[in-house]
Design a binder for this molecule. Structure first.
Ligand SMILES: O=c1ccn([C@@H]2O[C@H](COP(=O)(O)OP(=O)(O)O)[C@@H](O)[C@H]2O)c(=O)[nH]1
Ligand SMILES: O=C(O)[C@@H](COP(=O)(O)O)O[C@H]1O[C@H](CO)[C@@H](O)[C@H](O)[C@H]1O
Length: 301
């Protein structure tokens, strides 16, 4: 069975490898986008290192955007001060209607960025290395048939393993319905790169189902071999409570079951996670249409 491809990359990219990467890039452009909701505590150093190592030093990255998703902390000020272009989600909503969630933020970054390739990174990562961006780009710059590159990493924390939603929801459902994706170690990883022409052809689930939706749709449309993964080493990030993660799990599950052809049965469809005390949390299962379907495509990298 065809599946996703794992590309070997060196632990550290030396000057020769960076030079080769720049040659492969040619005159194509690269955007790094950070979706952020209340990430003032961690986003500054991320921006600084991307600016100094990937923009000023090598010129690999052409554009750095922080998408501020209604932060109530100092994210916008910190990000502006560190040198990112900060886009408020409210400005996107003025022209495209209101949305919510991580997927909505990612879709907005695709809309406002210009790169032929887009690299995403979560704003709460504290183990970021500039090589991550280079490694995520390598397979796509080298091979035109690769449309998306996901990070594969190790999580040296007490939570261990692949992450709780990954191991308890995404992986079991991949095994059952999408075996062609099971080779992906970190399907939910927030660090990944995409080819604009591919990304613009896809709709984006607005909530936490966005990563699984994109992967399933790319495999369906372009074949699983259009998806690659590269090893980025160790990753550290903030951990949510189980209570909060259960909403993420419910949205990932709903996205996967919908795409597997198992939407909820007849009768009233529950679009909420119902807790034992009877309270319910609405699930964010709406989608943003592909940019191509809106006539908003930019390039064809
Ligand atoms: O509605 C949302 C939810 C998340 N995020 C951002 O998406 C990334 C991933 O979210 P988070 O790290 O909270 O997920 P977790 O790793 O805890 O599952 C982070 O940069 C968040 O700030 C966002 O912009 N809007
Ligand atoms: O993998 C998972 O199960 C969750 C939660 O991880 P933890 O159990 O807190 O290590 O984390 C994923 O989702 C996040 C939101 O998009 C991303 O930030 C992580 O990269 C991703 O692994």
């Amino acid at each position: 069975m065809a599946g996703v491809r794992t590309f070997e990359v060196p632990d550290r990219l030396d000057d020769d490898e960076i030079a080769r990467l720049l040659e492969l890039k040619g005159d194509r452009t690269i955007s790094v986008c950070l979706p952020c909701r209340d990430e003032a505590a961690t986003v500054g150093p991320l921006i600084s290192v991307i600016r100094s190592e990937l923009i000023a030093k090598t010129g690999l990255v052409d554009e750095l955007i922080v998408l501020d998703d209604r932060s109530t902390d100092d994210t916008a000020r910190v990000a502006t001060h560190a040198g990112a272009r900060v886009v408020s989600i409210d400005d996107v909503h003025v022209s495209h209607g209101e949305g919510f969630g991580k997927g909505n933020a990612l879709w907005a970054t695709l809309l406002v960025s210009h790169g032929d390739f887009v690299v995403w990174c979560d704003g709460d990562v504290t183990s970021f290395e500039p090589d991550w961006v280079s490694k995520l780009l390598l397979p796509m710059l080298d091979d035109d048939s690769v449309g998306m590159v996901k990070a594969l990493y190790h999580r040296p924390t007490k939570y261990g393993g692949g992450g709780r939603t990954t191991e308890l929801v995404a992986r079991p459902l991949m095994s059952r319905y999408f075996p062609e994706l099971t080779g992906l170690a970190q399907p939910l990883s927030g660090e990944y790169a995409g080819r604009r022409s591919v990304l613009e052809s896809l709709s984006f689930v607005q909530g936490w189902g966005v990563e699984m939706g994109l992967l399933i749709d790319i495999a369906d449309r372009y074949g699983p071999e259009a998806i690659a993964q590269v090893d980025l080493g160790n990753r550290l990030h903030r951990h949510r409570s189980l209570q909060s993660l259960s909403v993420q799990a419910a949205e990932v599950m709903a996205t996967m079951l919908d795409r597997a052809g198992h939407p909820p049965g007849d009768g009233e469809v529950q679009q909420a996670l119902i807790r034992a005390d009877g309270t319910d949390v609405p699930l964010n299962l709406r989608s943003r249409p592909s940019l191509a379907s809106l006539g908003l495509s930019r390039t064809s990298a």
